[in-house]
Design a binder for this molecule. Structure first.
Ligand SMILES: *Cc1c(COP(=O)(O)O)cnc(C)c1O
Length: 397
């Protein structure tokens, strides 16, 4: 079958591949501990579900405005004002079918062949492919563990050329969990201001931040950047609503209108019922978030201390999100029987087949020395999975 050549520019999302593989082994009856998942293990809070049920009962089940209902746009505007000190009008907001869809549409309206987009690595798996699918080139700037996996102003400056169209910031980060401070963002902003480039700020883990740290968006830190920043966020991670598919962008009217145009010829509006649920998520009780974050922090503390007790493993303490990104590269070259571990892919395969634990190879995020472990799963499964990993690593000679 002849397919359009642009299909071969991208690959399937590797995290979804691991999740599918773990599910297949489970279907064979094997007891797999899944540390691969990229979504909260909590259920959507009751008051949010009730708003969706109410939407169905009141027949709010027809097409809506393509870019989202005004009620939701207004809830988003109030949220951005209150939480992020950023002011927008309705014409500067577009709601899509999840933040991934928002990012996809955004890449489509901003980038084309000849453009370069700076992506700090380790990066979220979809960024390079979202860029590649437009014909543009991702420019990966590898950050260092000793810099807390954060892009430095020097690293950014070196990556910028006259083709650079944008920088993608994701704080707290998937997969490293690192989060930028206000000062660090100010230093990056100084570099960006010297060039004509945009910023895409993926704030999806904004609410999952530990140790009382404050979240900052670069457009609030450096207001001169606001008209070149597109804020991307959604309800998936903060409110345990991954299946509802609501994400949004806030930014310059021309960009937002173009994203709406693409949406009008592709998906049309995000689900009407989900939009009503998202209004309730953003305007209702926010206590549900602090309870989830408290639990995530407890799990992080435990998992980091156990991982660092394993020989050959070192793990930085993340500031947010629900992943740890341990360095396992000193174990490369070791074997168990005739299975040799030479890279993160072989390590993930070994852990899945021999320890029955699913993790994602660091190579998927642009750094082969690491694996990503999601702790969006119960403490009981975390204990069980870590014990299995520890035993499997001890068998490597
Ligand atoms: C989960 C995730 C998203 C996408 O979330 P949606 O469910 O599509 O709203 C975007 N960026 C990062 C970094 C993520 O981890």
């Amino acid at each position: 079958m002849k397919l359009a050549s642009r299909v071969s520019l991208i690959k399937p999302s590797p995290t979804l591949v691991i999740t599918a593989k773990a599910a297949a082994l489970r279907a064979e009856g094997r007891d797999i501990v899944d540390f691969g998942a990229g979504e909260p293990d909590f259920y959507t809070p009751e008051h949010i579900k009730a708003a969706a049920i109410q939407a169905v009962e009141s027949n709010f089940t027809r097409y809506t405005a393509v870019g989202g209902i005004d009620e939701l746009k207004d809830a988003i505007i109030r949220k951005l004002q209150k939480d992020n000190h950023l002011s927008y009008r309705r014409s500067e907001i577009v709601v899509s079918c999840g933040a991934k869809h928002t990012l996809f549409n955004l890449a489509q309206v901003l980038f084309e062949e000849g453009d370069e987009v700076v992506i700090p690595g380790p990066y979220w798996v979809s960024y390079p492919d979202l860029v590649l699918y437009t014909g543009a080139q991702p420019v990966i700037v590898n950050t260092r563990e000793q810099d807390g996996f954060k892009l430095t102003p020097e690293g950014l400056e070196r990556a910028i050329t006259e083709r650079t169209r944008a920088l993608i910031i994701n704080s707290p980060s998937n997969p490293t969990g690192s989060a930028y401070t206000r000062e660090e963002l100010a230093a990056l902003a100084e570099v960006v201001l010297r060039h004509s480039m945009m910023i895409i700020s993926d704030d999806i883990y904004e609410k999952i931040l530990f140790d009382g740290l404050d979240f900052w968006n670069i457009a609030a830190v450096a207001p001169a950047l606001k008209d070149r920043t597109i804020v991307v966020n959604g309800v998936s991670k903060a409110y345990a609503m991954t299946g509802w598919r609501i994400g949004y962008a806030a930014g310059p009217e021309a960009v937002i209108a173009a994203m709406g145009k693409i949406q009008s010829q592709s998906t049309s509006n995000p689900a009407s019922i989900s939009q009503k649920a998202a209004v309730e998520a953003l305007t209702g009780d926010q206590q549900v978030i602090s309870e989830m974050v408290k639990e995530f922090q407890r799990r992080r503390d435990y998992i980091v201390s156990v991982l660092n007790s394993f020989n050959g493993v070192s793990c930085l303490k993340p500031q947010g999100a629900f992943y740890v990104f341990p360095n396992v590269s000193t174990l490369y070259g070791l074997s168990c029987g005739d299975r040799k571990i030479n890279d993160s892919g072989a390590m993930a395969e070994y852990l899945l087949e021999e320890a029955e634990v699913a993790v994602v190879p660091g190579a998927a995020f642009g750094d082969d020395r690491y694996i990503r472990i999601s702790y969006a799963t119960s403490m009981e499964l975390i204990e069980k999975g870590l014990e299995r990993i520890g035993n499997a690593l001890m068998r490597l000679k």
